[in-house]
Design a protein around this ligand. Sequence first.
Ligand code: 4NP
Length: 152
Amino acid sequence: MTKILMVCLGNICRSPLAEGILRKKLKEKGISVVVDSAGTAPYHIGENPDPRAITTAQRHNIEISHLVGRQFTVDDFDEFDSIYAMDVSNCDNILSLARNEDDKTKVELLLNVMEPGSDRSVPDPWHGGGDGFEDVFYMLDEACEKVANSLK
Ligand code: 4NP
């Protein structure tokens, strides 16, 4: 079965939202794919998503409150087929752990699924207000729709 990993910095805002959004879309489309998320940093290991991410997801009928933060590890290159990074910094951090070309080819900036080579980042909403989370939700929703359709 195909396995997809969403990665941000803390694994409490962007990547758990992306995980929840993609899971919901795949379920609705009847596509069986494993989806997980992780952070490049260890700051929030064992924590549930940020309350603002949880409420943003709930507004769109997506439940992510049960998800638990974990850190990206080199084993994730073996476990997953595609690894989507939320921003350029996350992407660089993941690539710095790659052991070979096979590992590197699994890694892509999420928003490049919308516009290949554009190298746009999903902004980090953690430091901002609630609107930031809603903006991030719509960016992730659009990109996850594209990912889900590519898995049909
Ligand atoms: P995320 O947001 O990477 O989308 O989960 C952040 C969460 C926490 C921190 C930074 C970004 N932090 O510095 O603790």
